[in-house]
Write a protein of this length. Structure first.
Length: 82
C-alpha cells in the first residue's frame, strides 16, 4: 500500500514516531489501527477503547482465570564444553 501525505503531516508523523522510538511506517500503522477501531466503535454505538484500557482488560481476564500448572518435573540442562 502506498500513501501520499502532505509534507507537514509527514513531518508531524516522523516526530511522533521519533518520540516513541518507532519507524515512521510502524507509527502510521498504529495510528491507522487506532483510527479504524475508534470509527468502528462509534458506528457500533460503543465508546472507543484506549489501548491502555484494552491492555488492562486483558490482564484482568487473565487474572480471573485459574493459573496453569507446569507439567512434569523441571529438567536439568547439561552444557558440554567444546
Amino acid at each position: 500500500m502506498q500513501v501520499v501525505l502532505p509534507e507537514e503531516l509527514c513531518r508531524r508523523l516522523a516526530a511522533l514516531a521519533d518520540d516513541e522510538s518507532r519507524t515512521v511506517s510502524n507509527m502510521a500503522k498504529v495510528l491507522i489501527q487506532q483510527g479504524v477501531e475508534r470509527l468502528e466503535a462509534q458506528r457500533a454505538g460503543q465508546p472507543p477503547i484506549a489501548s491502555a484500557d484494552r491492555f488492562r482488560q486483558v490482564l484482568e481476564q487473565q487474572e480471573q482465570q485459574r493459573p496453569q500448572r507446569l507439567r512434569g518435573a523441571p529438567r536439568r540442562l547439561r552444557l558440554q564444553r567444546p
